[in-house]
Design a protein around this ligand. Structure first.
Ligand code: S3P
Length: 171
């Protein structure tokens, strides 16, 4: 377990990637990174600003660059939470598939909706009806998360601590 490789968390908005990532980093004594926060630090701007000025495409380019940098071979193993759209680009999926420990945190659309309802920093949920958006994205992305993941953990019915324990069991 101590020598476990970088743990990469994928899944939709509201799956709990950041919460679980923090718990895992404490349990493993590892550094925790959230790709969205790394993107914001490098851009010197927040995600809504990046979407507004550079469009989703500009954000995706930054996301790919961040993923590549975080997974460079000489990096120490960390816990990495990714944005829900990380699987949209094929090059990201190819890179993720080279990684030994990609964990898909599964959450139903209703749970995603509940867990994201109070946030206002997700540009994709500000356009139109959030439930319809989450449903549409999930239909596209669920198979892609499954394609890149080596482990799937269901989060709907679990407390965060129980989710992180499940991930620890899989390591
Ligand atoms: C996105 C998810 C967000 C963030 C951006 C786009 C997506 O991350 O990367 O708003 O396309 O699903 P979280 O999954 O951490 O909310």
């Amino acid at each position: 377990m101590i020598n476990a490789p970088t743990i990469i968390l994928v899944g939709p908005m509201g799956a709990g990637k950041t919460t679980i990532g923090r718990l895992l980093s404490q349990q493993l004594g590892r550094e925790f990174f959230d790709s969205d926060r790394v993107i914001e630090e490098n851009a010197g701007a927040d995600i809504p600003w990046i979407f507004e000025k550079e469009g989703e495409d500009g954000f995706r380019k930054r996301e790919t660059q961040t993923l590549r940098t975080m997974l460079e071979e000489d990096q120490a193993p960390v816990v990495l939470a990714t944005g829900g759209g990380i699987v949209m680009r094929e090059e990201n999926r190819e890179l993720l598939k080279t990684q030994p420990l990609v964990v898909y945190l599964f959450a139903s659309v209703n749970q995603q909706l509940q867990r994201t309802s109070k946030s206002n920093h997700r540009p994709l949920l500000k356009q139109g009806n959030p439930k319809e958006t989450l449903k549409r994205l999930f239909a596209i992305r669920d198979p892609l998360y499954r394609d890149v993941a080596s482990v799937i953990v269901e989060t709907d019915s679990r407390h965060p601590k129980s989710v992180s324990n499940k991930v620890m069991e899989a390591i």
